[in-house]
Design a protein around this ligand. Structure first.
Ligand SMILES: [Zn+2]
Length: 124
C-alpha cells in the first residue's frame, strides 16, 4: 500500500504548529464522533438482537439511547466546520442527500480524512 502516500504527507508540508494543532484537535473530535455514532448503531442493534432472546424493558431503553446517540453524533459531524477553510465540512444540510455518502473530504476545500490521518501519523 505505497499508493500515493507522498501527496498526503506533503499536503501539510507548510503547516504551522498552531495549524497542525487545530487540524489534529478537529480530527480527534471527528473520529470520536464517528466512533460514538457506530457505538450508537451497535447499541441499537445489540439491544434489538438481545430483545429477541431475553425479554426485558431495558433493551428498548438501550435501543432508544443507541439510536439517539447515533442521530446526535451524525448531526454533530454534519455541522462541523472544516479546520482549513472554515466551511461546513459536510457541505451542510443542502448536500445531505446528494452527498449522503462518506464525508471523505471537505466540501469547501477538499481537505480529506486521509490527509488528516496522514498528518496524525506523521507525528510532528
Ligand atoms: Zn475545507
Amino acid at each position: 500500500m505505497s499508493l500515493d502516500r507522498s501527496t498526503e504527507d506533503n499536503a501539510f508540508a507548510d503547516v504551522t504548529p498552531e495549524e497542525r494543532e487545530r487540524y489534529l484537535a478537529w480530527w480527534r473530535k471527528f473520529k470520536m464522533l464517528d466512533r460514538a455514532s457506530w457505538l450508537g448503531v451497535g447499541l441499537a442493534l445489540g439491544s434489538y438482537l438481545l430483545s429477541l432472546h431475553y425479554s426485558s424493558d431495558d433493551w428498548g431503553r438501550l435501543g432508544v439511547i443507541g439510536v439517539g446517540l447515533f442521530l446526535v453524533t451524525r448531526v454533530w459531524i454534519r455541522v462541523l466546520n472544516c479546520p482549513r477553510c472554515g466551511a461546513t465540512y459536510s457541505g451542510g444540510l443542502i448536500t445531505v442527500i446528494k452527498r449522503f455518502s462518506f464525508l471523505d473530504k471537505c466540501y469547501g476545500c477538499d481537505l480529506s480524512r486521509r490527509e488528516l490521518a496522514a498528518l496524525e501519523r506523521r507525528g510532528y
